[in-house]
Design a binder for this molecule. Structure first.
Ligand code: NAD
Length: 270
């Protein structure tokens, strides 16, 4: 990182040291270094395929088959991904009481895999590692789906009620999960430091949360490779690679006697 960015990271480390109610808000950018493409970067998922609207999923069997086909295509990427530098840093900050909660738009389950307790993670767009019935909510593990998926990618209906089964993510046109939004809004309203990591901040209502935090008095920090829509609102914007920022932050925030980089796992590929 350049000298100016090092100074910005030191500033963020200082704010994290003193914050009483710091909250992280994460997006697809924190997982690109783990091999999962984001939506909007060159080569991102949307440059290759249009999203499937929720209404189309519910009303059209061909769209459901296409959704499951895509799921099967993407599955090896998600299965192989391991937490990266940002996931590890945030897990460490949660464990040390320096971070209150992680609000995430990601569906890749990597915050959980990095060891963050479930109750500290607020998933705004659901979780792609399992599925559930859209009518009665019964959960279906991916292995159950895989064992029953037909060659044309159709999937059986719910065994309990006959409803449609869908990956437990929130599609465009699908209502936001009310409880997750309520908790995330509360965290934004009561935070004193709100740190956005790896989001283009164009997907609403999720992207409204940094605005809420700022309006309620939090310091707002945005860390992203490229500018975002909300940079003008932020107290600090760091345009840099997230892995490098996380490793530098980990060094600044490491307890005395712990080497820079903290909990780096040698087995991790990212
Ligand atoms: P986005 O694709 O709109 O934005 C990601 C941002 O991260 C971009 O601005 C990009 O420049 C930046 N970025 C990418 N890699 C980076 C790196 N290594 N260092 C610094 N910056 C980097 O993603 P979003 O804002 O999270 O919103 C879009 C939707 O994408 C969300 O709803 C989410 O559910 C979904 N999504 C999730 C995943 C995942 O779970 N990993 C992957 C793809 C899409």
């Amino acid at each position: 990182m350049a000298g100016g960015e090092q100074g910005q990271v030191e500033q963020l480390a200082d704010w994290l040291r003193w914050a009483k109610r710091a909250v992280a808000f994460t997006g697809a950018g924190i997982s690109t270094e783990c091999g999962i493409p984001d939506f909007r970067s060159p080569g991102g998922i949307w440059t290759r395929m249009q999203p499937i609207d929720f209404r189309d999923y519910v009303t059209r069997a061909d769209m459901r088959r296409e959704a499951w086909r895509r799921k099967r295509e993407m599955q090896p990427l998600f299965a192989a991904a391991r937490p990266g530098a940002v996931h590890r840093l945030l897990a460490d900050l949660i464990a040390r009481g320096r971070l209150k909660a992680i609000v995430t738009q990601n569906i890749d389950n990597l915050h959980q895999t990095s060891g963050v307790p479930e109750e500290r993670i607020i998933e705004l767009h659901g979780n792609g590692s399992y599925a559930h019935c859209l009518s009665c909510g019964v959960r279906y593990e991916q292995a159950w789906i895989d064992a029953r998926m037909a060659p044309d990618f159709s999937v059986p209906d719910c065994e309990a009620c006959g409803g449609l089964i869908k990956t437990a993510t929130i599609s465009f046109g699908q209502p936001m999960p009310a409880e997750a939004m309520r908790r995330a809004t509360l965290e934004a309203e009561t935070s004193d430091l709100f740190v956005v990591l790896g989001s283009s901040l164009v997907v609403y209502p999720a992207a409204g949360l940094p605005i809420t935090a700022k309006r309620h008095g939090a310091r707002l920090v945005i860390v992203n490779r490229e500018p975002t829509e909300l940079d003008d609102l932020a107290d600090l914007v760091i345009n840099a690679e997230l892995g490098a920022v996380a490793q530098s932050l980990a060094g600044h925030l490491a307890p005395p006697g712990v080497a820079s980089g903290g909990r780096q796992d040698a087995a991790d590929g990212c």
